[in-house]
Design a protein around this ligand. Sequence first.
Ligand code: URA
Ligand code: CA
Length: 453
Amino acid sequence: MPGSGESLMRIYDLILKKRTGRALSEQEIEHLVAGYTEGSIPDYQMAAFTMAVFFQGLSESETLSLTRAVVNSGQKVNLDHIPGIKVDKHSTGGVGDTTTLVLAPLVAAAGVKVPKLSGRGLGHTGGTLDKLESIPGFNTRLSDTELAEAVNETGVAVVAQGQNLVPADKKLYALRDVTATVDSISLIAASIMAKKLAIGADALVLDVKAGQGAFMKEIEEAFELARIMTAIGRGAGRETAAVISRMDQPLGRAVGNALEIKEAVLALRGEGPADLEKLCLELGGWMVFLGGKAESPDSGGEMLKELIENGAALDKFKTMVKKQGGDLKAINDFSLLPEAEQKILVAADRSGFISSLDALKIGSAVATLGAGRQKKDDPIDPAVGIILEKKLGDPVKAGDGLAVIHARSDSGAELIKFVKNTVHSAYEYSNEPAAARPLICGWIDREGDEHRV
Ligand code: URA
Ligand code: CA
């Protein structure tokens, strides 16, 4: 079979080229991604290629080419029926990250259009969609037409993205997952940005986390990921900025689906946890600025503070819930949200100051309670989760409540004991308060310039 021999030969050359540190052309990358998506390039060749990328990296233009090729592998979401500047955001993930729930209505209250398409979460807690679906009746399955109609009417909608976006990314990610090539910064940047660029927003704000609870453990790595992702955004003609923040403990106090809805409502009323509010004002300020409604990110943040104080932010959230079929009564009266039957206090076993609060352990404890999923179609329990009563730097006395576990009535003693132990092991203590570390590490502006806090 000379034909297939020839094409195998060519893929071989592309792998060799990357393995020896040379740059691939846009056509070569397009060829690889298209062939892999349609199945003419086998897993073993793509695996060798991703491993070569892992060791050699990709140049900025190769990364952009890869991102484009992945975007072109599937359908795109056209938002042209929504007039005005549409702004999207993306978080590189974290534990108890309630920001989208707060930001989407908050930024829409400032007059920016926020059509938010989300995927479903794997792991710790559910994703934003699961959280919203804990509001009785809330419908995230809107068609593109319904999405446009909702955003034109109310400025905001949060919906499930279709299954036909970026098929190349789905295949590549699954391959990377079993070939130890997930944590290549070029591949991560291309993977995330392809998902965002497949959605036709005009501007994008990236929430890039650094720390134990995040993909990037080190702040320098988080800046690098942010630099690459913002360069891809600019290269694709989108206004893009990034905020780099610490995720060395869960954000806010609530980790769990319905628990995070309550936390988001509190934040929209100005009664939320300080760290959640701070990050939302920072990211939201950038969204308002890139959305053309403020002179600077700072003045955007000030605007948002006012919209929280005067009630407009919460009103916008309610309008969104109503438009998407959710029960408004549950927003006014939290007792109508799903509620766990068992509430178990975890008490501190010594006195001191909290010196460490492991976000991953809290995330895994919450997943064990049933709030997250291991596999794509696992059911999740909207009611369960953990409320953190003590966070980094807080003084504690032995016997004080550290956290409250919200568990199902049929969670047996063994499971509760396991979760309790996990929560205990997530907390570490010191005798003196540790120096406070700022939440925000810096940002990358729309020109690509880096600023450190
Ligand atoms: N998140 C993604 O979407 N892709 C990656 O490669 C890593 C994290
Ligand atoms: Ca939270």
